[in-house]
Design a protein around this ligand. Sequence first.
Ligand code: NAD
Ligand code: UGA
Length: 332
Amino acid sequence: MPQHEQPPTNASPRRAVVTGSAGFIGSHLAHALVQAGTTVIGVDRRDPSTDPTAAANLAALRGRPGYHHVTADLLHCAIDPLLIDADTVFHLAGIPGVRPSWGTQFGDYLASNVLATHRVLEASTRIGVSRLVVASSSSVYGPTDGDASRETDRPNPASPYAVTKLAEEQLCLAYAERPVGPSVVALRYFTVYGPRQRADMFTHRALYAALTGQPLRLYGDGHQRRDFTYIDDVVAATIAAGTVPNAHGTINVGGGSNASLLDVINIANSLTGREIQLHQDHVRNGDVLLTRADPGRAGEVLGWQPRVDLHSGLRAHMQALASPVPDYSHAA
Ligand code: NAD
Ligand code: UGA
């Protein structure tokens, strides 16, 4: 075992900053940290008092004494005061999504994923934060030959979004090489699903179509495969990455599901007893046929492995979608 790969701990930080806390993954992470006794400063440019998605995502945290929300854009705000006394920065803020990254929105991707990250790194170094965990993406691998992707594989990003995520994680790792500044763990999340998933994502749309009878637009033939990862598993890996002593570098976070879009559709059909009506459309640029994580390093460094299988995770996701009030129950 290399020197930096220590046995994992189950600790949670005393005080942490979560950027992107009004988003899908960030709000779940902030909630789990608060539950574990961490004081959390959540930073997001979406204002929960005016943005309904942010309000829904943060509903369970509202009024919790351990959670303090700051509405601010990391591109412009003073970051240093937010980081004072923080043991760990979980940097999840960014513009996600492969398809909209072509064209005019690329500037937003570059600004939030790269330039804002640079500001977070500079502030973390000034304040003396000891660990920064950054949300990277399976998309950095690009098209693969079907073998599981390992952290040592050469990245081959196939979309503007993926290029910005690769730049973001590499920027963080470059900062970590300096004698000052935080140690960095860049988690390559693989297609995350579960309650409050972004509405542009496939799983949300498939389950919504199954529940409502509205048609589902399928880009391609549905044989694309993803290593779908349940949100609770992602949160567990992320907290471990913030606390395991001496961890650093890139780590895959994949759910081990290796399922096709048609598999998801079939499970959604079986959960509702209704057949989703499909509208087939052309394959989108930058869409890869398959993602599959090699889980070895996550096990060795973080002591982490996924626990929620696709069927249980989709059932929990669907229950949350069907419920009028945000549902924070966890999959069995
Ligand atoms: P999300 O859009 O729900 O959350 C991202 C949040 O970041 C949003 O609330 C947004 O307002 C905030 N944000 C963006 N730019 C900001 C800025 N300049 N200042 C302050 N806040 C800003 O997305 P998500 O699905 O929760 O993804 C979170 C992170 O994980 C992203 O970095 C994404 O690239 C990465 N990721 C997500 C997935 C996935 O499957 N969801 C997979 C791989 C990587
Ligand atoms: C997802 C996230 O959206 C990215 O932010 C993240 O970086 C990436 O995972 C990752 O793993 O790193 P993706 O796997 O493309 O990207 O997830 P979806 O947007 O849910 O799309 C999954 C598949 O469903 C794609 O093949 C897409 O073309 C297809 N799809 C999506 C449809 O057929 N119809 C839709 O309405 C939406």
